[in-house]
Write a protein that binds this ligand. Structure first.
Ligand SMILES: [Zn+2]
Length: 477
């Protein structure tokens, strides 16, 4: 371990001193769940906290109104903590309830725990800043408030605009069933809208005059489904019909729009697959004598893990241990467990290749292993990881078996157990920041590892230069 080791109790103490106000911040953001580029109140709450803690603030990062950055310290390396605060649509849920019970049916909810994610990252940044001040050590700490992780790829736009160009190391985390180091890569993905234009007509009187855009959307779906057999099995394609062309079956639909998400383990594979999906769209347009236009809304790159940083964070977790939960936390987690299926619970253990045990909360730190596993989803942290060595933690904020993007995440989102998991992961991140800040050797090893993993490939943004962050597309579909 680095020389920073003897400083760990001090930086952990810095976290503990401020844990109450950051717990309040997480709860406040939970109360105002806002989605994709509309995180006005959540970003404002984070801005207030940055100001209160004495960070110099940059607003409107990469021309995104809900993206912000706070910096503190002088000289030395730049350590970045990445936070998020976006929620998900349709996941409204009362806090602490042990059954599905929406506060407002159909409204938003924090179904991925990003209320905790942003607050813990900012708490870690604050603790490291306080440590720098107290010890007079040169170095800069930054907190990046990153919106629209769910579907908006804000970090990819922020990377494209150079927001991370002078950062030495980036650190983040995600709420989870377990505490430890994230060792998975994620899929590169791309969101594309296909807009078909046909010709309206009375569907019974003069059907021969109509050309249906909705038929084109359906035929595109058939084509993509046939293509699945002939694409790499670790790729994924999903779709949502954004505009079905109206509500009248007796009018031939003159317009229709379908949004596709295409995912692949790497960027090159993604670009190849996108071209094939576009051909299917053109085929559907040809068959129906409609016109098709495609527009890339957002895209993210695959995540590059970093061995020296994962090892440094593992050492810290191993010396810290898992968060300590009390009897009430265990009792609440037991109740949540009754709402999960045995398959949910088995899947959580299986994902980490750990033998299932009859405990509702993790009382251990995930063990180190050398296998880099492929995660099913995607994250815009991927783009940051291509330009800056990046490491991410898992914080134990959920009963084991809880799957992300469910009401069970929302109901646990401001529980005492989530708060304990959040404070503990803030300590792991602050200590990792301290380790990289105080060890040039570790920073050099991290950059060498990134270079090796890129295999000579330069970062290319998955988003075309002409695309703007899809703020308008999200606010008015
Ligand atoms: Zn998430």
């Amino acid at each position: 371990m680095s020389a920073g080791n003897s400083n760990l109790p001090l930086v952990w103490d810095m976290v503990d001193r401020k844990k109450e106000v950051f717990t309040e911040l997480a709860d406040r953001v939970w109360e105002t769940p806002e989605t994709c580029y509309m995180e006005i109140q959540s970003a404002a709450a984070h801005r207030e906290m940055l100001e209160a803690q004495g960070f110099a603030i940059t607003d409107n990062v990469a021309n995104i109104p809900t993206a912000l950055m706070g910096e503190a310290g002088k000289g030395g390396p730049v350590i970045a903590f990445l936070g998020e605060y976006d929620a998900l649509a349709g996941l409204s849920q009362k806090a602490g309830a042990t059954e599905h019970d929406p506060t407002t049916p159909g409204a938003n909810g924090h179904g991925c725990g990003h209320n905790l994610l942003g607050s813990a990252a900012l708490l870690a940044a604050t603790a490291l800043k306080d440590w720098l001040e107290k010890t007079g050590t040169p170095g800069r700490v930054r907190y990046y408030g990153c919106p629209a992780e769910e579907g908006g790829a804000a970090k990819a736009f922020m990377v494209r605009e150079g927001a991370f160009s002078d950062v030495d190391i980036a650190i983040s985390w995600h709420p989870s069933n377990f505490a430890g180091v994230q060792r998975e890569t994620s899929l590169a993905n791309c969101r594309i809208d296909f807009t078909f234009t046909g010709r309206a007509a009375h569907a019974a009187a003069v059907p021969e005059l109509g050309r249906s855009a909705l038929d084109a959307v359906e035929l595109m779906s058939v084509g993509v489904n046939y293509m699945r057999e002939h694409m790499p099995s670790d790729c994924r394609i999903h779709a949502a019909i954004i505009d079905a062309g109206g509500i009248s079956p007796n009018v031939v639909q003159a317009h229709a729009k379908v949004r596709y998400v295409v995912r692949s383990p790497d960027l090159q594979g993604l670009l190849t697959l996108i071209e094939r999906v576009k051909k299917v769209a053109e085929g559907a347009a040809l068959m129906t004598e409609t016109k098709v236009e495609s527009a890339i809304l957002a895209g993210v790159s695959n995540l590059i893990v970093n061995t020296p940083l994962m090892d440094a964070m593992q050492d810290i977790w191993d010396s810290m241990g898992a968060p300590v939960f009390d009897g009430e936390d265990v009792a609440f987690a037991e109740k949540i467990r009754t709402t999960l299926t045995p398959e949910d619970i088995a899947a959580s253990w299986a994902q980490e290749r750990i033998e299932e045990r009859d405990v509702p909360l993790a009382d251990f730190v995930l063990p180190a292993h050398n296998e880099v596993r492929q995660m099913g989803g995607s994250t815009d942290v991927g783009d940051v990881s291509w330009v800056v060595p990046t490491v991410q933690a898992y914080g134990a904020t959920l009963a084991i078996g809880t799957q992300l993007h469910t009401w069970q995440v929302v109901t646990q989102g401001k529980s005492p157990l989530a708060h304990k998991g959040m404070v503990s992961v803030a300590k792991a991140m602050a200590a990792t920041g301290l380790a990289v800040l105080t060890s040039e050797q570790l920073r050099e090893a991290a950059w060498a590892d990134l270079k090796r993993r890129k295999k000579g490939q330069e970062y290319t943004s998955p988003i075309p230069a002409s695309s703007e962050p899809p703020i308008a597309a999200m606010t008015s579909r």
